[in-house]
Design a protein around this ligand. Structure first.
Ligand SMILES: NC(=O)c1ccc[n+]([C@@H]2O[C@H](COP(=O)([O-])OP(=O)(O)OC[C@H]3O[C@@H](n4cnc5c(N)ncnc54)[C@H](O)[C@@H]3O)[C@@H](O)[C@H]2O)c1
Ligand SMILES: O=C(O)C(=O)C[C@@H](O)[C@H](O)[C@H](O)COP(=O)(O)O
Ligand SMILES: [Zn+2]
Length: 373
């Protein structure tokens, strides 16, 4: 018997929902969905790798609850977060004659959650969906908060919508099959919450990160639940990123630019690694601007490096962007206002803030201190 799952509530009025975190919660998916959406048919959107490992468990649970379902299986990786991917999923929904009242299930990492969530937002002008995250990154971040969407040839996450799930079922047992590199990449989004506004969580992670990454059930479940609670608080306060939610973008202005310039090639960089490098650059940039001490920068670098995460651009194999390329890619960021970049900067660990008055000149001056061509 697995212990009862931990529960975090996302308080959004009529769009409120629960996040259930625990070992083997996927086995209870059918009964939970039957209770939440009685009579609904379901489509499970997943990728080929996750399907091989975890689709059977979900399908058995749906079948036991007498829920009619079929699966759409896309290719793993960012390439599926695309116009082609969204066409595949929406065609399957419409072709499968799902009705507006039926349900889309995202079983997988952040790519699947973003893709399936966006498909649910637009198919039949809006269907309900459930997130069943299977990567650490998706369990601590992407399955919560309702940002859904795809990449376009111009950049990352440029087309999408805010569409909240009705339930998040985070089965921590699925992480047992997750490769070590993906586990670490997800950890970057977890430590982000400490760096944003919770120095005590950062300190806790400095002690407990090895146990979390090694898969010790208790500290890992606690770390996931604390991360979800942190995100839930921000999202409840500012669902559509009118203000404070932008803090969740710490490291992302740099990180997304790196992902785009690496052509989303997972051999070079995955999202969480881009965020790790981006968070270090955000701290270094803050230090360059006289906002954050060198000691705090070193503490962040030491923590991430100690866990085997990349912390600078030079760590990306065969990648030598110019300053112009980086600045140009950053200008597609959705936080840009009237052409000006917004950064999440920091005064120290757990003291991040939104800076919309950063000049391109000071960014270029900072980038020129890095070892770039
Ligand atoms: N919507 C949001 O708020 C939000 C937040 C953070 C990140 N994101 C997005 O999420 C994406 C990154 O998510 P990700 O890191 O989960 O990547 P991903 O979905 O590509 O998954 C990473 C890899 O792990 C595999 N995988 C997934 N679960 C597995 C398991 N249990 N066992 C073995 N292999 C497994 C996948 O097949 C894939 O190859 C990016 O596109 C990013 O932009 C969105
Ligand atoms: O939920 C949010 O808000 C975030 O910013 C979480 C990020 O980790 C995530 O990568 C998000 O997709 C980035 O958002 P974007 O608006 O910069 O595309
Ligand atoms: Zn992210």
């Amino acid at each position: 018997m697995s212990p009862s799952p931990q529960s975090v509530h996302v308080d959004l009025g009529e769009r409120s929902y629960d996040i259930l975190i625990g070992q083997n919660v996927l086995e209870s998916a059918g009964e939970r969905i039957a209770a939440l959406a009685p009579g609904a048919r379901t489509v499970v959107v997943t990728d080929g790798r996750v399907a091989r490992m975890h689709l059977d468990t979900l399908e058995a649970s749906l079948e036991a609850a007498k829920i009619d379902s079929f699966a759409v299986i896309v290719t793993p990786g960012e390439g599926s977060k695309s116009w082609h991917g969204i066409q595949t999923v929406t065609d399957a929904i419409i072709g499968g004659r799902l009705e507006r009242g039926d349900l889309v299930i995202a079983l997988g990492g952040g790519v699947i959650g973003d893709l399936a969530g966006f498909a649910a937002a637009i198919a039949r002008r809006g269907m309900r969906f459930v997130q069943m995250p299977t990567t650490l990154l998706a369990q601590v971040d992407s399955s919560v908060g309702g940002k859904t969407g795809i990449n376009t040839e111009h950049g990352k996450n440029l087309v999408g919508s805010f569409h909240q799930p009705i339930l998040v079922l985070a089965d921590t047992a699925t992480l047992e099959t997750l490769p070590d590199r993906e586990m670490k990449a997800g950890y970057a989004e977890m430590v982000k919450y400490g760096l944003i506004d919770d120095a005590a969580f950062f300190e806790w992670l400095e002690v407990n990160a090895p146990a979390v990454l090694a898969g010790e059930v208790e500290p890992r479940t606690e770390a996931i639940a604390r991360s979800c609670a942190a995100k839930a608080r921000v999202v409840a306060d500012d669902e559509r990123e009118g203000g404070r939610r932008a803090l969740l973008n710490l490291g992302h202005t740099f990180g997304h630019a790196l992902e785009v310039l690496c052509n989303y090639d997972p051999a070079k960089l995955v999202h969480g690694e881009g965020v790790a490098i981006g968070m270090v650059l955000a701290h270094r940039f803050s230090n360059h601007l006289g906002l954050c001490s060198g000691q705090d920068v070193q503490r962040v670098v030491a923590h991430l490096e100690g866990l085997g995460l990349p912390t600078d651009i030079a760590a990306i194999e065969g990648f030598n962007p110019t300053i112009d390329e980086l600045v140009d890619a950053m200008k597609q960021d959705k936080k840009v206002e009237r052409g000006a970049l917004t950064f999440i900067l920091t005064r120290g660990i757990g003291q991040s803030f939104i800076a919309s008055d950063v000049s391109e000149g000071s960014l270029r001056s900072f980038l020129s201190t890095l070892d770039l061509t």
